[in-house]
Design a protein around this ligand. Structure first.
Ligand code: UT7
Length: 322
């Protein structure tokens, strides 16, 4: 049997830090409200000339270096993003060109904040089926570009960044299982209701912004992300005590804490970066994974459950042996 394993991780954050104090100067908000309701202290925002592809390439290069492989050893590139540089070609093709790779398939996956889980699931299946041996999987976003910076209900929550992993074929399983779900009937609760084919005039006017029914999204995120922990553990006949780490999507510390409580996973096993990154959508999980690997918290042989939840709704998880 062939399995996929994570053989390297990388990430990248834009230099510009925007604190809650900075936001106080832009909208009617304050640090106390933002921290109490979301757990966010600061987020990174891409520079005007910095695009999703730039963030993705930096994260990819760090992951490639960590894996100790050559760029031409990569035979699949998937980028999970909601904020592609261009309508087409895909951001994955732009990354491919920047890395000097020619030939292997490169494509984007769009499942908003759950995108990285969808991308990992696909890459794992490519490797298990023998269609690829080494995959570069990236979650990258410049979510700041689809935020209304005059809307205090949304602008305080999001940030920009990128995370990446290299998956390699192995006789020993690294990705133990993946689980994906979507339910399009909730499409209006969290969305940018405009695009190329619909309401394009808003794109031209520069008002293609994220809208969210915060309370309903909150409730759904807690239910979906705690239920999928049970689904993932059951599928692997795992007890929750066998888990070393949980990396939930980083949207709001209250969601993260509620998921941990419902799933009976102690807070010291739950990775949190939302305080410094905000919600970076598809980048949130690989960013948190890379930080935890590099700081030495997550180490080889440990079991990590990663999970995401986003607009659609979409949600997914993976159980990983590092
Ligand atoms: O990636 C997945 C997608 N996103 C999420 O998972 C986010 C899910 N939702 C949430 O995280 C939370 O619902 C929010 C952080 C968005 C909001 O927290 P909340 O505790 O649900 O607050 P709320 O929306 O009920 O608002 C409470 C009050 C309102 O005032 P009134 O109507 O009670 O007078 C808001 O207008 O807080 C007000 N408010 C603010 N005040 C200061 C909303 N945003 C702000 C703000 N600063 N930035």
């Amino acid at each position: 049997m062939i399995y996929s394993r994570i053989i390297g991780t990388g990430s990248y954050l834009p230099e510009k830090v925007v604190t809650n104090a900075d936001l106080e100067k832009m909208v009617d908000t304050n640090d106390e409200w933002i921290y109490a309701r979301s757990g966010i202290r600061e987020r990174r925002i891409a520079g005007e000339d910095e695009f999703t592809c730039d963030l993705a390439v930096q994260a990819a290069q760090n992951a490639i270096q960590a894996a100790g492989i050559r760029n031409d050893g990569i035979d699949l590139i998937i980028v999970a993003t909601t904020t592609a540089d261009q309508v087409f070609p895909s951001t994955a093709c732009l990354v491919q060109q920047r890395l000097g790779i020619s030939g292997p398939p490169a494509f984007d996956v769009q499942a908003v904040c759950a995108g990285f889980l969808f991308a990992i699931d696909i890459a794992d299946k490519f490797i298990r089926s023998g269609s690829a041996r080494t995959a570069l999987v990236i979650g990258a976003e410049t979510f700041s570009r689809i935020i209304d910076w005059t809307d205090r209900r949304t602008c305080v929550l999001f940030g920009d960044g990128a995370g990446a992993v290299i998956l390699g074929a192995d006789r020993e399983p690294g990705i133990l299982s993946t689980h994906l779900h979507s339910d399009g009937k909730y499409k209006d609760l969290l969305c940018v209701p405009t695009g190329v084919s619909r309401n394009y005039e808003r794109v031209k006017a520069g008002t293609a912004y994220t809208t969210m029914e915060g309370g309903e999204v909150f409730r759904w995120a807690v239910t979906a992300m705690s239920d999928i922990i049970d689904e993932t553990l059951d599928a692997n006949h795992f007890d929750r005590n066998d888990l070393d780490w949980l990396i939930p999507h980083q949207a709001n510390i209250r969601i993260i804490n509620a998921v941990g409580r419902r799933a009976a996973i102690p807070p010291e096993k739950v990775i949190v970066t939302v305080d410094r990154h905000g919600n970076t959508s598809a980048a949130s999980v690989p960013l948190a994974l890379d930080e935890s690997v590099r700081s030495g918290r997550i180490s080889t042989g440990q079991h990590v459950l990663i999970e995401g939840f986003g607009g659609g709704f979409t949600w997914g998880s993976a159980l990983i042996r590092m």
